[in-house]
Design a protein around this ligand. Sequence first.
Ligand code: HEC
Length: 256
Amino acid sequence: MFKFIFNHRLNQTVIVSAFLAFNVSSGVLLENPVAHAAPPQAPISTGLPETLPLDILSRGRFVPFQELGTPMRPPLGAGFVLNGQAIPNQNRQKLEEVFGEEFFARIPPGTRIFPTTNRDRLEVWEYPAGTQIAHLISFRTDPIEIFEFRIQQKLPDERWAFGTYSPENGRLVLQKYVGFPNVSYFLRLANGKDAEISFKRINLQSCRHCHFHNSAGNHQYPSTDYAGPAGFVPANLELKSSWAERYLDQNGHFPF
Ligand code: HEC
């Protein structure tokens, strides 16, 4: 009997406090709709400078590396129309008649990338804060014209900032657009041909998600929020060998 009463009272208490809590929180919500909203997510470019000089690659002593050649190619854009003809995104060969791509990396002087192994004995790299890895997308004009300078930068809090810069008035400006803006260019290519190309830029919010799902090194990232390089990872064997040697030659220190 006692047990029954106890339970009964407990239930009542629970019901009453749940009711109170409900009333209180709905009251707050009515008075101030933002009080309980989740804090807005910081843009994924937070931590990157607003502008970069056009000669950032030489000034930053970046060293080029070979991309890994992932099955999912990093997107140049979408919805391409070249000289009046639609080109599917997958027709990379055709798009490469117009676009060139190069990859570069640098680490802050005096630091190094620290290889370790995780519990599954997979190689994991600890990239020093300030590591910058770049994907330069240019038009095959003479001289080349930069379309986008995409960069990932390791932040002191272990995350990677992702940003896209485009040339404006003699410098590279961090892009802040929303959605998939349309762009078109009339180009005289280095091979003498003229190209009229229009397409959509990629979504600036898509970087981390795609890098988390398509990196050959995503065992390095505990979640999408911590996603970083897709091809500049242990699976890219060139990095510890010829890239590191070129780095030593150019910058005077071995990066591993
Ligand atoms: C649909 C997938 C996808 C999206 C979206 C994407 N990337 Fe990538 N990106 C890749 C892949 C895959 C590679 C590696 C290519 C290789 O090495 O074979 C890559 C490479 C890079 C690299 C060279 C270093 C590295 O990770 O190996 C940079 C820098 C980069 N991306 C920046 C960006 C930025 C900035 C954005 C967003 C504005 C972005 N990417 C959006 C798939 C994507």
